[in-house]
Write a protein that binds this ligand. Structure first.
Ligand code: PRP
Ligand code: URA
Length: 210
């Protein structure tokens, strides 16, 4: 698994505002979208393209176009939905599938409650969006799901991760083509499975407490 941790003062600045418990949902949503667009730039570095020939007003030249099948973007509901707009701004022709997952806050085990993805992901590049990688259970299950359907490579974009979750994901995805792009790698998980220092519950911060 390749891990890329963003190292840019603008990203760190925006993450600092997200982490602040006094930041309201509206600002939190706007910043999440901006952060994803910045991270997506790195995450799509190896997006597949093919050469095309075009006519400019004055000459013939070659350039590139995104290859078919088009990339698939998969936000993990609920919190990943807050990252979707920021991603499709950068890759407007991508297709979008959805996975709904929720972590049991006692056992920390994820369960899947919704799935809306193409049946066959053969030859697809997939981009999974989830702001938080804590134990890695949710993202690991999502990645397993995509490879079972035939995906050729998966890139996950997360705003924050705990080292414990990165290590678990590394083990779980061994031998597979997986890239993880992070806004920041935090210190640790606490005894309740929350990322420290983190930003709290991303879904609640985006959408309000359920
Ligand atoms: C959060 C987050 C991840 C998961 C991370 O979702 O968005 O999906 O927890 O934890 P893990 O790495 O230990 O699996 P949550 O289950 O709270 O659901 P929500 O998005 O509906 O709030
Ligand atoms: N899910 C969250 O939303 N935040 C955490 O810190 C851990 C899991």
């Amino acid at each position: 698994m390749r891990v890329h941790v963003a190292d840019h003062p603008l990203i760190t600045h925006k993450l600092t505002v997200l982490r602040d418990k006094n930041t309201a949902s509206a600002t939190f949503r706007a910043l999440t979208e901006e952060l994803v667009t910045l991270l997506a730039y790195e995450a799509t570095r190896n997006v597949r393209v093919n050469e095309v020939t075009i006519e400019t007003p004055v000459a013939t030249t070659t350039g590139v176009a995104l290859s078919e099948p088009r990339p698939l973007v998969v936000p993990i509901l609920r919190a990943g939905l807050g990252m979707l707009e920021g991603m499709v701004k950068l890759v407007p022709t991508a297709e979008v599938g959805f996975l709904g997952m929720v972590r049991n806050e006692e056992t920390l085990e994820p369960s899947t409650y919704a799935e809306r993805l193409p049946d066959d992901l053969s030859d697809r590049q997939c981009f999974v969006l989830d702001p938080m990688l804590a134990t890695g259970g949710s993202l690991g299950a999502a990645i397993d799901f995509l490879f079972k359907r035939g995906a050729i490579d998966v890139t996950a974009i997360c705003l924050l991760a705990a080292p414990e979750g990165v290590a678990a994901l590394e083990k779980r995805t061994a031998g597979r083509d997986v890239t993880l792009v992070l806004g920041a790698l935090d210190e640790k998980l606490n005894e309740l499975g929350y990322i420290i220092p983190g930003l709290g519950d991303a879904g609640d911060r985006l959408y309000g407490t359920v």
